[in-house]
Design a protein around this ligand. Structure first.
Ligand SMILES: [Zn+2]
Length: 256
């Protein structure tokens, strides 16, 4: 190899190294630990990309306490079943939902992209946390997010969650499509009234402008079903964030 080619080769190696280091720096490790440098109170300082986690004024989750009761528009659910494409990303277990399912909210269509679970709940009602909260994440054509949140209390076994919970991957890894189907509509309460406010992602980068639609009525899962998540994630809920100048609307009525 000529000296010149050796030089170019060394330069290329260097570029590969710098790019790989930058890629690691782009997504610094964060955690739900109670304290320490990766804990939720430090997320905003882990990367410039995560700054809103510390400085944002419309962050999630929040405690739902005083609400403005009103009859706002219903959420129309147009969901089909999906293959169970599931993975553990180290922070939660997520199911990537097949295309073709959407909600229509305020005349805007948001397609269901994925759902995942938090243990315990992230939102609280009058200071009370629930054992689990399931987030159904939707995106419109412009990339705006609308998340339908479902609170879970302990009660009867819920067959709609059986295959999801029986196939939780214990190790972090890539999405795998299993020979099962899930139906997101069956994973929600029949009653579709909700609380709504403008918030954020509850994980870094904590992006704001997320329309939260937290269903008023909790669903039930058995103690064993709740523990299936608890065994994997002892605590994967971000602490409550300040409401600041926001109102929380409570939809009180669904229309036939
Ligand atoms: Zn979530």
């Amino acid at each position: 190899m000529s000296l010149r080619r050796l030089f170019v080769f060394a330069l290329l190696l260097n570029v590969v190294w710098v790019v790989s280091v930058m890629a690691q720096e782009e997504k610094p490790h964060w955690s739900y630990e109670a304290e320490g440098e990766t804990s939720p109170s430090m997320w905003g300082q882990l990367s410039p990309d995560y700054a809103l986690c510390g400085t944002g004024k419309t962050q999630s989750p929040i405690d739902i306490a005083s609400t403005v009761a009103t009859d706002v528009s219903d959420i129309a659910f147009n969901y089909a079943s999906s293959a169970l494409t599931i993975f553990n990303n180290g922070h939660t277990v997520q199911v990537n939902y097949d295309g073709g399912s959407e909600i229509v909210y305020n005349e805007r269509a948001f397609s269901l992209a994925q759902f995942h679970v938090h243990h315990p709940s992230e939102h609280t009602l009058n200071g009370e946390a629930f054992p689990l909260e399931v987030h159904f994440v939707h995106k419109d054509a412009d990339g705006n997010l609308a998340v339908v949140g479902v609170l879970v209390k302990e009660g009867a076994e819920n067959p709609a969650y059986a295959e999801f919970l029986a196939n939780l991957p214990t190790e972090e890894g890539e999405p795998t499509t299993l020979d099962y189907t899930v139906n997101a509509l069956e994973m929600m309460p029949a009653e579709k009234t909700y609380y709504t406010y403008s918030g954020s992602l509850t994980t870094p980068p904590c992006s704001e402008g997320v329309r939260w639609l937290l269903l008023t009525t909790p669903i039930e899962l058995s103690a064993e079903q709740i523990e299936a998540v608890g065994m994997l994630f002892e605590h994967n809920a971000r602490p409550i964030q300040s409401l600041n100048a926001r109102d929380v609307l409570q939809d009180t009525l669904t229309h036939p």
